[in-house]
Design a protein around this ligand. Structure first.
Ligand SMILES: C[S@@+](CC[C@H](N)C(=O)[O-])C[C@H]1O[C@@H](n2cnc3c(N)ncnc32)[C@H](O)[C@@H]1O
Length: 348
């Protein structure tokens, strides 16, 4: 008999985990979406359109409103077997201040713990930035891992440090995954991380493969007065100014701002029009048209289907909001490999 698991999507954003779970195919089990929790109304609007969820599944806008032992008057969640969640990473990110768990947004991790305690899911898969593992010399990660293992009925925990470019996407995006199985479900304590994939066999082996080759909205071109700050090398700045990268730098939620070229993804017309993605053309930084990635390309780099760009355009969502949603998302292809491998390991 095929097992059927109901899953709940926390910190759902535009549904990277939902899509990743929908794409899992197994003879042993099936996954059914039962609810989601997301505080950002724009993200919820996109989510409902992209996943056809409006009034069909439970939707909670704020995890702090969920009924838990500490919050008995909160909204009770419908029963579920699997919890997915990419908890907000601002508090741990290498870009912001690394205040860790003292930052208010870091506290949302405690809300996840409370939900796990109250609803005892059989499995959970959580995602966050890799830099989390360096806070307090790794002590924060140890504390978080222990908290997850001990919560509620107790869990066997696997923590994997993975890069999206090893799992089918042309983006260097390093993420930590926390995969937990309730101790009474299985005795198996150790499983390997998912097997890596050769990017050459992926839908988009390099960023060049997913770049829009025709004209794009001119607001994506680097404005003349901004070029110097964005593109030119300055001895005071750290890092490499290279553009036309075969593998994209990690997409950020603030991509609409003109970051320096060592932090973001810029492409020259020569590269876009070239026919060898492995060769970086010689580019005149003063005159050549150079642009950031478009939202459509951003969705592709994160493993979302092109329909997401159609939806966000149809909803008239601003470029800056689109970039925020894209930059916050979990890479779908990577999350899919993690979920499939993790659940397969407990259904052999
Ligand atoms: C790192 S993003 C996760 C994105 C998601 N995994 C995806 O694929 O789009 C974190 C999300 O948590 C949401 N969030 C922040 N505080 C929240 C809260 N109190 N309750 C529910 N969602 C919250 C943010 O709006 C953001 O969309």
């Amino acid at each position: 008999m095929k097992k059927k698991y109901l899953f709940y999507d926390f910190f759902a954003g535009i549904g990277g985990f939902k899509l990743a779970a929908d794409q899992v195919k197994s003879k042993q089990f099936s996954l059914k979406h039962i609810g989601y929790c997301e505080i950002d109304p724009v993200a919820r609007q996109v989510y409902d359109k992209a996943h056809n969820t409006a009034n069909k599944v439970q939707c909670i806008d704020d995890i702090t409103k969920v009924k838990t032992l500490k919050n008995p008057s909160g909204t009770e969640l419908v029963p579920f077997d699997i919890l997915f969640g990419g908890f907000p990473c601002q508090s741990f990110s290498n870009i912001g201040y690394r205040k860790g768990m003292n930052d208010e947004r870091g506290q949302l991790f405690y809300n996840i713990l409370d939900v796990i305690e109250m609803y005892s899911p059989k499995f959970f898969v959580l995602e966050n930035v890799q830099k989390l593992s360096t806070i307090k010399k790794g002590d924060l990660l140890s504390e978080m891992s222990l908290a997850l293992e001990e919560r509620g009925k107790g869990y066997h925990l696997h923590v994997w440090d993975l890069n999206a470019s090893d799992y089918g996407l042309p983006q260097k995006r390093k993420r930590l995954f926390f995969c937990g199985v309730r101790k009474d479900i299985s005795d198996k304590k150790i499983i390997d991380e998912p097997v890596k994939i050769d990017l050459n066999s992926a839908e988009y082996p390099t960023t060049w493969h997913l770049l829009e080759k025709g004209n794009v909205d001119e607001r994506h071109l680097i404005p003349t007065k901004t070029r110097e700050t964005v593109l030119y090398k300055n001895p005071k700045w750290q890092g490499n100014v290279t553009i036309d990268n075969e593998l994209a730098r990690p997409l950020t939620a603030s991509m609409s701002k003109w970051h320096r070229a060592n932090q973001d993804n810029y492409f020259s017309l020569s590269y876009i029009k070239s026919n060898n993605p492995k060769i970086r053309p010689v580019v005149d930084l003063k005159t050549e048209p150079i642009r950031r990635i478009t939202p459509l390309e951003g969705f592709r780099i994160q493993g979302f289907p092109d329909s997401l760009a159609e939806i966000t355009n149809a909803l008239n969502i601003s470029f800056s909001s689109q970039y925020r949603l894209i930059g916050n998302a979990v890479p779908v292809t990577l999350a899919n490999k993690v979920i499939k491998h993790f659940l397969d390991s407990y259904h052999e």
